[in-house]
Design a protein. Structure first.
Length: 57
């Protein structure tokens, strides 16, 4: 696992992007429930950015 991270394989990038998407979606749901629009929009934008990285890698 450490060797994969050091050599920057595309599989490692996709795993980290998938983790980021999941965390941003959870944070977006929490922000939406707290009625903070700006935090919800930031989480949605970061989730789409992470999904794009996952798609391109």
């Amino acid at each position: 696992m450490t060797k994969t991270l050091v050599t920057a394989s595309t599989n490692a990038v996709q795993v980290f992007a998938l983790i980021a998407v999941i965390l941003f979606i959870i944070a977006g749901i929490i922000a939406f429930r707290d009625k903070t629009l700006w935090a919800t929009l930031i989480c949605a934008g970061l989730a789409f950015l992470s999904a794009a990285v996952m798609y391109l890698a």
